[in-house]
Design a protein around this ligand. Structure first.
Ligand code: HEC
Length: 112
């Protein structure tokens, strides 16, 4: 009786440790090409949210609904880098990494 309790406790702890490792921040980060998600999140809020909104569908000043965009990654990087009509170019303001991070980030608006 006592022995099986200790065993259960032991395996329970092992399970906890294993879970902990699987969800460590480092491992999560390595899944998105090294771009730290919180930074991109803040960047989007600062640079893009004014026109495109938190959910990508605000559409201020003729901005298209990003949740309905069908542009591929390269196309999005182009527009974010060089701008288009009233959309301001970011090439002198952001690094190529940040621009690519944003181009990937806004994909999350699709599908809902
Ligand atoms: C001043 C308002 C404004 C800001 C700020 C802005 N955009 Fe835009 N965005 C627009 C407008 C307007 C268009 C449409 C351009 C056109 O096709 O004439 C557009 C188009 C786009 C498109 C193309 C969508 C499609 O399918 O055609 C993407 C992607 C995009 N913006 C992403 C971003 C990102 C990322 C940021 C932040 C770096 C950003 N925008 C900041 C106004 C803005």
């Amino acid at each position: 009786m006592k022995k099986s309790f200790v065993l259960a406790l032991f395996f329970g702890l092992m399970g906890l440790l294993a879970c902990d490792n699987a969800t460590s921040p480092q491992e999560k980060r390595s899944n998105n090409g090294g771009a730290p998600q919180p930074d991109i999140d803040a960047l989007y809020d600062m640079k893009c949210g004014i026109c495109h909104g938190r959910e990508g569908n605000l559409m201020v000043g003729g901005a298209p609904d990003l949740s309905k965009s069908t542009l591929d990654l390269q196309g999005r990087i182009q527009i974010i880098t060089y701008g288009k009509n009233t959309m301001p170019p970011q090439k002198d303001l952001l690094s190529a990494d940040q621009i690519e991070g944003l181009a990937k980030y806004i994909e999350k608006f699709r599908s809902n």
